[in-house]
Design a binder for this molecule. Structure first.
Ligand code: COA
Ligand code: ZN
Length: 331
């Protein structure tokens, strides 16, 4: 099990709230609010922020303002600003917007790839090879996010061989510098996560591996800890715990950034994140989105955010102590 304290291992937190979080919101979040959210997140010490997605506006109307958001955010030094890209058109838009990294997306499951991207996996792969060539030409690094890597809500289990095979094509043929294994609908469990992380890390020690969990079945933090124990140090998470793919039946929020940072910092890991600033960014979400958010840190506070004792505590104590002095029969 992970060391419970005194472990200063660096953990890299990638914020996906502005993309994975906002993509499924029914009400359009005004562009200025998106920019202001990204700007607030930029000041929290996160490693990377996935700002938006350059996808079809018909597919994801919530992010139809991707160009403006990408252009108008204030970039903080040391933070990488990534964008999700499904095809060459998306790559051109993201490159024009000066994204620091293109996060390519396809699914390890054929059914989810068809419903989310309207292509077979082979068609997606060919399209993403083209994306990768565009990115290479302007020296922008490419990461591939493989959705449904721990199970598909329509097909069930997705085999390790399938996940490793697609990873290998992107790493060895296409030159991706990083791979994100995504648990799109919270089907991953710790033993499975440990195994796949170990297999991956052993086979490609030089490749950046990121884990992307959704907390749909309450296993998010357990999966993060299992992945760390198996050699992972990079995690996607979403401020407030918002998120979910609109084309994956039953999807719900990502693991919550402030919950993960809170837990990992208590365990002695170094996330580089200022939890107070991150939580502050999260507290504005319910009014922005018009609904409650999953974050337990926003609801309950941090572990040592204490509450005032009742004002009559001394009187209660006195009564309790006096009661002890009375003979047994009169208590
Ligand atoms: N950015 C903006 N517009 C795009 C685009 C992109 N990257 N790719 C395609 N389009 C436009 C086309 O120009 C076309 O517009 P028109 O109808 O005005 O002519 C329309 O979208 C449909 O294009 P087509 O090539 O036929 O795509 P499609 O309908 O087969 O959809 C995708 C394919 C990949 C573009 C679409 O399914 C998509 O964007 N999916 C993303 C889903 C997503 O983000 N899911 C959550 C994250 S995992
Ligand atoms: Zn996701």
């Amino acid at each position: 099990m992970s060391s419970w304290n005194g472990n200063h291992q660096r953990i890299y937190m990638n914020e996906v709230g502005p993309r994975d979080g906002l993509q499924a919101e029914a009400a359009f979040v005004p562009t200025a609010e998106k920019i202001s959210l990204v700007n607030a997140l930029s000041r929290t010490g996160l490693n990377k922020i996935e700002v938006t997605a350059f996808v079809s506006a018909q597919a994801i109307p919530a992010l139809r303002d991707a160009e403006i958001v990408m252009r108008e955010i204030e970039r903080a030094p040391g933070v990488k600003y990534a964008a999700l890209v499904p095809n060459a058109r998306g790559a051109e838009r993201a490159i024009d917007g000066h994204a620091d990294e293109l996060n390519l997306v396809m699914s390890a499951s054929e059914s989810h790839n068809l419903s989310n991207l309207r292509m077979t996996r082979e068609q997606s792969y060919r399209s993403l090879q083209q994306v990768s060539r565009l990115a290479d030409a302007v020296k922008i690094p490419v990461n591939i996010s493989l959705s449904c890597a721990f199970g598909c809500p329509m097909e069930g289990d997705v085999s390790e061989e399938t996940v490793l095979e697609w990873s290998s094509r992107f790493i060895e043929e296409t030159g991706a510098h990083g791979v994100t294994l995504c648990d799109t609908t919270g089907m991953a469990y710790p033993g499975q996560v440990a195994r796949l992380t170990e297999l991956f890390a052993r086979r490609w020690p030089g490749i950046e591996l990121t884990l992307h969990f959704h907390n749909t079945r309450g296993m998010g933090l357990a999966n993060v800890l299992a992945a760390i124990d198996s050699g992972a140090s990079r995690f996607d998470a979403s401020v407030g715990g918002i998120g979910g793919c609109p084309y994956a039946p039953g999807a719900s929020g990502n693991v919550c950034s402030e919950e993960i940072v809170h837990a990992l910092e208590l365990m002695g890991y170094d996330t580089g994140v200022n939890l107070e600033a991150l939580t502050l960014a999260s507290t504005r979400l319910p009014s922005l989105l018009g609904h409650d958010i999953p974050s337990q840190i926003v609801k309950a506070g941090r572990r040592l955010d204490l509450h005032p004792a009742p004002p009559d505590l001394p009187a209660i104590r006195e009564r309790a102590v006096n009661r002890e002095r009375l003979p047994e029969t009169r208590r």
